[in-house]
Structure formats: structure tokens, C-alpha cells
Design a protein around this ligand. Structure first.
Ligand code: 5GP
Length: 191
């Protein structure tokens, strides 16, 4: 998606060799018009996949998942990263290793919002090693839900997640794939 690549090239900051910081429009301050454009793109890419529900993970997946859900006229659920008392114990849960924080946490979704009748579109902001997606896939499998597709804003193609998740047979669409990055610039994969 040209618009996203241009925005990353203009505003993205590369930290070390592995972290791309896009705090000015995706991960801290949020640009609603960019979220809307990405939501429209995901809605187009997954229009034929029979999706019934969108699932993401808090916090940075929520904005783009919300815009996708609005475009597709579907409910959107986000997995919680900490167990709050108000969703109770009737939950699906899975461990996830956080790439950015380098620690493990448990994600949960209430059994009220994921079931065997669902065909789910997973949405997330970044794909690195695929840990967050594996957690979301586990929640869906516990619920007996099928996965109709996976939509990612920024995939870091030099990390292993994208290849592994595609090898598992899922339909993955990434709006921008970064093949290399350093302080001199960012190289995007031709798609
Ligand atoms: P994974 O679980 O695929 O290893 O990493 C993806 C998750 O880690 C995403 O949910 C995202 O929040 C975070 N993440 C991974 N790499 C980056 C990065 O380069 N920049 C930012 N902002 N977040 C990242």
C-alpha cells in the first residue's frame, strides 16, 4: 500500500536493527485518516473470505481493526493483555511472548465473543516473529472458530513470523513489508 509505505518512509524511525518506531501515526498518536485507508484496504482484500468477526490484540491493533470492522460492517473484539476482573473467568487464554517488551504475558477473550460459528479475520499492527498471531490463533482454535485471513499493517520481512505463519497455510496480507532497514533508510518488498 503506497500511502503507508510513503508514511513509514517519511515518519518512521529505525531503532537498532529490529524496531521500527511509528509512534506519530500508529502506535501512540493515531492518524484516523491513515487508519481509515488501511481499514478500507483490508475490507477489500478480505471481502470474499466470509468473515464474521474481527479479532485483534490491545492496544495498537485496535484502531485499525475498528476501521476495518466499520468498513466490513462486522463486530470487532480485542484480546486483553491483562486479566481484568470484569470479564470473569469464562475466557479463552493463551501465552504470548512480547517482542517489544521481551516478556511473556497472557491474552484473554471472553467466551461470549468468540465461538465455533465464527470465521475470523485477525488484524495486527506489526508482524515480527509471529508470537502475537500464534496467541490469537490459539484463542480461535480453543473457541472452535476458523480463521478466514490475517491482515497486518507492517510486516518485518527479515524476521521469521511472516514465513512461518504463511507456511501454516493462512492467507496473510501485509500492507507494507519491510525487507531491510537501518539508519540510512527502509527497503520495502515489491508486492
Ligand atoms: P510478533 O509477535 O510478531 O513477534 O511481534 C508483533 C507484535 O510486537 C506487534 O503486536 C507489535 O505490537 C510489536 N512489534 C513487533 N515489532 C515491532 C516494531 O518494529 N515496531 C513496533 N512499533 N511494534 C512492534
Amino acid at each position: 500500500m503506497k500511502l503507508l509505505e510513503e508514511r513509514i518512509a517519511k515518519d518512521g524511525k529505525v531503532l537498532g536493527n529490529e524496531i521500527l518506531k511509528v509512534d506519530s501515526f500508529l502506535n501512540h498518536q493515531i492518524d484516523p485518516s491513515m487508519m481509515k485507508a488501511m481499514g478500507k484496504e483490508f475490507a477489500k482484500l478480505f471481502a470474499e473470505d466470509g468473515i464474521t468477526r474481527i479479532l485483534t490484540i490491545e492496544a495498537s491493533g485496535i484502531a485499525v481493526a475498528m476501521m476495518t470492522a466499520l468498513e466490513m460492517n462486522l463486530p470487532m473484539v480485542f484480546a486483553k493483555k491483562s486479566k481484568s476482573r470484569n470479564i470473569g473467568d469464562d475466557v479463552f487464554s493463551a501465552p504470548v511472548h512480547s517482542f517489544t517488551y521481551d516478556r511473556d504475558y497472557i491474552i484473554t477473550v471472553s467466551r461470549d465473543y468468540l465461538s465455533e460459528n465464527d470465521r475470523v479475520l485477525l488484524i495486527d499492527d506489526f508482524l515480527a516473529n509471529g508470537e502475537a498471531l500464534r496467541g490469537l490463533i490459539s484463542l480461535c482454535s480453543q473457541a472452535g472458530a476458523t480463521i478466514g485471513g490475517i491482515g497486518i499493517c507492517v510486516e518485518k520481512g527479515f524476521q521469521r513470523g511472516g514465513k512461518q505463519i504463511r507456511e501454516m497455510g493462512y492467507h496473510v496480507e501485509s500492507l507494507a513489508i519491510v525487507d531491510a532497514m537501518d539508519e540510512n533508510g527502509i527497503t520495502f518488498r515489491e508486492q
